[in-house]
Design a protein around this ligand. Structure first.
Ligand code: NAI
Length: 592
């Protein structure tokens, strides 16, 4: 049966339920948000409206959410086309609620449980047949509006039509990237991250690393986000992180690595932090804490806060200067110092563990790589990283460092296959051959589109179907004279040629951070080269402390730059054919 979502019902208005309700509203869908009592839901809703970063697109979006309580408004459940349960992580509570939903829902409505890793099929095992057909697990990441990954977990009873619909809806309407997961404890991303996080913290404690050293090594240096290890724990909340780890430990008796989740060193540290109510951001103190203007960190030996201690490992700063991640990673892994030792332990164990979880948590490698990239913002997933480092040589290095490799990887190498990914295909440990990479026909890789015109900061490309694409690629996608020039020419080309429309978009980290303050006025300076010339920063205000005489040329330069930008944008606005802008992430100043 085809599905349409004209009304969603979210039950549980906490961090996740509230955020999911807000995000459905962001997609234009009216939502009933329910909790145990009206007071609880009202308090959550009020808090959510003030959330930072904002949960709602605009203040008015919140009007699409109607709040109520299960004791008074349970009948609303019958109106939902999709009912999302996001109450506490407790299987009995979830099963009890499922029985209620089963009794009240309309036939054919979709029901999902949001959980960090509880077994989905056992949540619905007592439900009716129609319920089971329409029931699925969803694991949104926090905060739901911003995190790209959505893990979707079907049960053996879930109707394939429901799986496809949920996936399509989540991608097209909610803007998520979906990874279908098996119903195994903590699914993919949290399974790998829980074990990986414990491995890292245990190593830091066993080998006397400081918090600063650990977070400097396990962050961008090895292709991971700045939150690295301890900062991430503060963000997630130590209570949550501990509960997820101990739940997982109990659920995976056959996992050869599970003991790391119960590492006495890590548990002692967690206990000492929890006893002092240092749960992280939620209690305003964790492994890090604000002390006046300073950020203090816990001394892992004494358990007391102290001023930040800059790591004195030269290879960290040296490594960070290497722009290319593959080269940076190879550099760090080769260091004969504390940075190298930690990087080897963390990276090699992560690769080994991921290989040993196949096919248990996934039959295919891209699902694992994507879950790690989209869920935890690593630059590369484990198998992508392994390819970068060279599979055979890394197997050797891993074994030298005590990280065991799954037999299927060695089998792959013995059969003469030297990488996981090859020519747009990926090795399947199940079929033992290369298979086409899953590809979404709606996805376009900008860099592969033919160039029509190009300069240093922007390219005009042919997207097919008679549509042009203007791509910015200046530093941080700042607006400069080159972008202005190509913007003008793009409109000329659009109007002059056989083109139907123009899209302005790119695949950078930010759409556009505004004017380039360094060289916006270049070419206007009476004093010489661009760098030495006036800038929009010092002239934009139209005020100079040195007086109008000196400021004159600077102000004129900025005015000219602003006018040229304004003229180009007006040309876009009044173009004879459609121009669609596709902004995302930071879209500031002239970019907005
Ligand atoms: P929370 O503790 O912030 O909110 C839970 C809400 O459910 C509370 O408002 C509570 O009053 C309500 N509730 C509890 N029992 C209820 C019942 N029987 N009927 C109706 N409402 C009830 O929890 P949070 O963090 O929002 O988590 C919800 C679910 O999402 C959990 O299963 C959790 O494991 C999962 N999750 C949490 C993430 C996180 O970062 N917090 C990330 C991904 C999943």
């Amino acid at each position: 049966m085809p599905h349409t979502i004209t009304r969603a019902v979210v039950i549980g208005s906490g961090t996740m339920g509230g955020g999911i309700a807000a995000h459905f509203a962001n997609a234009g869908i009216p939502v009933y948000l329910l909790d145990i009592t009206k007071d609880v839901v009202k308090a959550s809703f009020d808090r959510m409206k003030k959330n930072k970063p904002a949960a709602f697109h605009t203040a008015r979006t919140a009007d699409l959410v109607t709040i109520g309580s299960l004791d008074k408004n349970e009948a609303w459940i019958a109106e939902g086309d999709w009912i999302i349960e996001a109450i506490v992580e407790n299987i009995d509570a979830k099963r009890e609620l499922v029985a209620k939903i089963d009794r009240l829902r309309k036939k054919g409505s979709i029901v999902s449980s949001n959980t960090s890793g509880l077994p989905i099929a056992s949540i619905s095992s007592e439900a009716s047949e129609d319920f089971k057909k329409h029931f699925i697990g969803t694991h949104f990441f926090n905060p739901p509006r911003y995190m790209k990954l959505l893990e979707v977990i079907p049960t053996p009873d879930t109707d394939p039509g429901v799986i496809n619909f949920v996936r399509e809806f989540a991608e097209s309407r909610l803007g998520k990237s979906v990874v279908l997961c098996k119903d195994t404890p903590n699914f993919i991303a949290n399974r790998l991250a829980s074990v990986g996080g414990a491995t890292l913290v245990d190593f830091a404690l066993a080998n006397d690393y400081t918090i600063e050293e650990t977070d400097s090594i396990a962050g961008p240096l090895i292709g991971r986000p700045k939150t690295a290890a301890f900062r991430l724990q503060d963000l997630v909340g130590l209570d949550i992180a501990s509960a997820v780890a101990s739940n997982l430990h109990g659920l995976i008796p056959d996992d050869e690595t599970r003991d790391i989740l119960a590492s006495p060193r890590v548990e002692a540290l967690r206990k000492s932090q929890t006893d002092k109510n240092r749960l992280g951001d939620k209690t305003a103190q964790g492994f890090y804490k604000k002390g006046g203007k300073e950020i203090l960190s816990v001394d892992l030996k004494t358990g007391e806060y102290r001023a930040r201690l800059e790591p004195s490992i030269p290879s960290i700063a040296e490594g960070l200067k290497i722009k290319s991640l593959p080269e940076r990673l190879k550099f760090v892994l080769a260091q004969d110092d504390k940075a190298g030792a930690m990087a080897r332990h963390v990276v090699y164990n992560a690769l080994g563990y991921a290989s040993r979880r196949v096919p248990e948590i996934s039959d295919d490698l891209p699902s694992i790589d994507r879950a790690v990239r989209w869920g935890f913002s690593h630059d590369f997933g484990p198998f992508e990283t392994w390819d970068i480092l060279g599979v055979a040589e890394t197997v050797e290095a891993m074994e030298k460092n005590g990280a065991s490799v799954a037999p299927w990887v060695k089998e792959m190498l013995t059969a003469g296959n030297t990488s996981f990914y090859r020519d747009g295909r990926v090795y399947s440990p199940v079929s033992k051959s290369y298979e086409p990479l899953p590809h979404d026909a709606r996805e376009i890789d900008v860099k592969t589109l033919p160039v029509v015109q190009e300069n240093k900061s922007a390219s005009l490309r042919d997207m097919g179907d008679g549509v042009l694409l203007l791509e910015f690629h200046s530093k941080m996608n700042t607006l400069d004279a080159d972008i202005r020039a190509l913007l003008n020419e793009s409109i000329d080309e659009l109007e002059r040629g056989d083109w139907k429309a123009l899209v302005i978009g790119n695949q950078g980290a930010d759409f556009c951070v505004g004017a380039n303050l360094k060289n916006a006025g270049s070419g206007f300076s009476p004093t010489g080269p661009a760098e030495a010339g006036p800038s929009e920063k010092n002239v934009g205000s139209g005020f100079s402390p040195t007086g109008p005489a000196e400021a004159g040329p600077y102000i004129r330069a900025a005015e000219d730059a602003v006018k040229a930008t304004q003229d180009a944008l007006m040309k876009v606005r009044f173009a004879a054919k459609p121009v669609v802008t596709a902004p995302f992430a930071r879209t500031l100043g002239g970019g907005a």
